[in-house]
Design a protein around this ligand. Structure first.
Ligand code: NZQ
Ligand code: ZN
Length: 387
């Protein structure tokens, strides 16, 4: 097991109607609030009114930034930074899915930085401080509610990049499974795939003798596989939504990578696809991940055999390791297809035009991944297999 440090200061407030705790959770941080949200789902669901009721209850001065895009854009983040500076904002409150949370994190860091917030994503500057922020999450997917990461897109240059810092962990995140009842089926599917992909990135590792981390990962996968289908069948199934929500948080809150060398190549590749084509992150992952698996499984076939047997109940009797591993990968593909996720880039209208460029961008700082280090040519092969 590798040496590691674990730090996670986010307070989780989980359960039905917990938005009623919002006022008292915000109050210690000040009265001047920037409320950040997306394209209107929180107004349709009534959550917006509940949030304002809470903020009015503490006599907050509320400024708003709405219209955060899925794949949030740098230009929108900059608008938020401007409001923070002009209105002397003391606390940023994100209400929505991962995109809203990520935009809020970038705003919180950018507001206290003299340069361009994009600098943080290209390692030109390091985040040294940020406004405090909190979240009310409405979609199980990214884990942004309990981590220090954000992903934003520069639409002008067609680049999608991440930033990360201990300063942008939410002070609190409110997770009410009922708030996810209205998530449409396709976004529920994207979330399921994203959660499973976060586990894959940390599970398919060359680090050995890590039974606890492996079983943590497998338990999240089994929970998501089972409850994902239930949540798709009945969007108002409280327990299914709750289990999905908690699984999403644990998949990317720093629990799984403890002592483990993680991979993250597939996320790097997907970000290049969504940077150019603005597709949903989960949809891109559903297409690329099984192809990554097929490309790399021989690097440590035992891990894929374990995955097939423990997660997909593949019967190993009478089969070679190769057959077992491939059966596990096929089961992954079949599950994604069964829940309605796309299987090819072609289904999203993407052809081979930009394969080279995407591979070039993904590997611009050198080979990516650790299970198998991928060069530009490897990435082209994986993308070509995904067409
Ligand atoms: O904009 P609104 O109207 O709110 O609608 C959103 C949006 O259209 C809708 N939605 C959210 N909650 C809803 C709802 N609709 C009805 N009822 C609700 N309760 O869903 C759509 C998608 O929302 P979005 O926030 O984009 O989805 P998600 O949470 O999957 O976030 C995706 C973004 O997160 C990044 C992705 O790259 C992508 O940009 N990621 C962030 C990570 C992180 N911070 O750690 C890690 C991930 O790997 C990922 O890269
Ligand atoms: Zn992801």
């Amino acid at each position: 097991m590798n040496a590691f440090e674990l730090y996670n200061p986010t307070k989780l407030v989980f359960g039905a109607d917990k938005v009623n705790r919002l006022g008292e959770l915000v109050e210690p941080y000040g009265k001047r609030i920037l409320l950040v949200y997306g394209g209107g789902s929180i107004k349709a669901s009534g959550l917006y009114d509940d949030v304002l009721f809470q903020l009015n209850g503490i006599n907050a001065v509320v400024h708003e930034l709405s219209g955060i895009e899925p794949n949030p854009r740098l230009s929108t983040v900059n608008k938020g930074i401007e409001i923070c500076r002009k209105e002397k904002i003391e606390f940023v409150l994100a209400v929505g899915g991962g995109s809203v949370l990520d935009a809020a994190k970038a705003i919180a860091a950018g507001a206290l930085y003299d340069g361009d917030v994009w600098d943080f994503t290209i390692h030109k500057a390091v985040i040294k401080e940020a406004l405090p922020l909190g979240t009310v999450l409405t979609l199980a997917a990214t884990g942004s509610e309990m981590n220090g990461n954000a992903v934003i897109s520069n639409w002008e240059t067609k680049q999608k990049r991440g930033l990360g810092s201990k300063f942008v962990y939410p002070k609190f995140s409110i997770l009410d499974p009922k708030l996810t009842y209205t998530v449409p089926s396709n976004q529920t599917v994207n979330g399921i795939v994203d959660i499973m992909s976060h586990v894959f990135e940390q599970y398919f590792s060359l680090t050995t003798d890590i039974p606890l981390q492996e079983r943590f990962a497998e338990s999240i996968l089994l929970t998501v596989i089972e409850n994902g289908e239930k949540a798709i069948a009945n969007g108002s199934d409280y327990d299914a939504r709750a289990n999905l929500l908690l699984a999403g948080t644990y998949a990317l809150n720093g629990t799984l990578p403890n002592g483990v060398t993680t991979d993250w190549a597939t996320h790097g590749i997907e970000h290049e696809v969504s940077a150019i084509y603005d597709i949903a992150h989960g949809a891109g992952l559903a297409i690329i991940f099984p192809n990554w698996m097929k490309y790399v499984y021989k690097e440590r076939i035992g891990k894929f055999v374990q995955y097939a047997v423990r997660v997909w109940n593949v019967d190993p009797n009478g089969k070679s390791d190769d057959e077992i591993a491939l059966a596990g990968i096929e089961a992954t593909r079949a599950y994604f297809t069964r829940i309605g996720a796309p299987a090819t880039l072609g289904e999203l209208g993407i052809n081979d035009e930009h394969l080279e460029r995407m591979a070039e961008e993904a590997t611009q700082f050198g080979p990516i991944g650790s299970f198998k280090q991928l060069t530009k040519d490897d990435v082209v092969s994986i993308l070509a297999a995904s067409l």
